[in-house]
Design a protein around this ligand. Structure first.
Ligand code: HEM
Length: 170
């Protein structure tokens, strides 16, 4: 028998379920092991042996897809946050809230499969400016430093030349 967990959806398909009448979320990360086993995920079966307390043992899950359409009106955080979290990996959004264990236990009710992780668009990370562009940004600074050094030298040179010139006249 195939469970919901066996269905692998492409990201583009999952992203289409993005409104109040049809709302799917992608959440991965730490899930309650007992919950996963109950939901039929056999991939963590081996963890049973090494874990004295299944209900507190968290394992890294794969990218799971949850159809939360029927839960939207009951979600304590409201429906808007859930709709906003569609079309992307919502794991960080979910984890940042600090959902309780009971919230995590509820999740298996809404599980409709997994998402093919290769189809999830890469996240945009902050890129520091490249050395070339930062060097060009720094050039006015360097020029100012050179001028700071040259201008007093020039004044000193002029004063010296003037002194020599006036000495000759006397
Ligand atoms: C299947 C997915 C989800 C389930 C089953 C779920 C369930 C719950 C539950 C039961 C609560 C009550 C507090 C708790 O027990 O932790 C809650 C609160 C909340 N959830 Fe979710 N949630 C889900 C996904 C999300 C996502 C993706 C977000 C995105 C930001 C989110 C945002 C919130 C917020 C803002 C609160 C209110 C927290 C507060 O006021 O203390 N939830 N959720």
């Amino acid at each position: 028998m195939t469970s919901n967990l066996d269905v692998v959806h492409p990201f583009e398909e999952v992203a289409k379920h993005n409104h109040k009448g049809d709302c799917w979320l992608i959440i991965s990360g730490k899930m309650d092991l007992l919950n996963l086993l109950r939901a039929g995920d056999r991939s963590h079966e081996q963890c049973r042996c090494s874990c004295p307390n299944l209900s507190t043992r968290r394992v890294d899950g794969r990218f799971k897809v949850y159809d939360v359409t029927s839960f939207l009106d009951d979600h304590p955080g409201g429906d808007e946050v859930l709709i906003t979290a569609t079309g992307k990996d919502a794991t960080d959004d979910f984890e940042d809230v600090g959902h309780s264990d009971s919230a995590r236990e509820m999740m298996s009710k809404y599980l409709v499969g997994e998402v093919d992780s290769f189809t999830i668009p890469a996240r945009e990370y902050y890129k520091p400016p490249s050395k070339a562009s930062s060097a060009s940004n720094q050039s006015p600074g360097i020029l100012a430093k050179i001028m700071q050094f040259l201008v007093p030298l020039l004044i000193l040179g002029l004063a010296f030349a003037l002194r020599q010139f006036t000495k000759k006249d006397q």
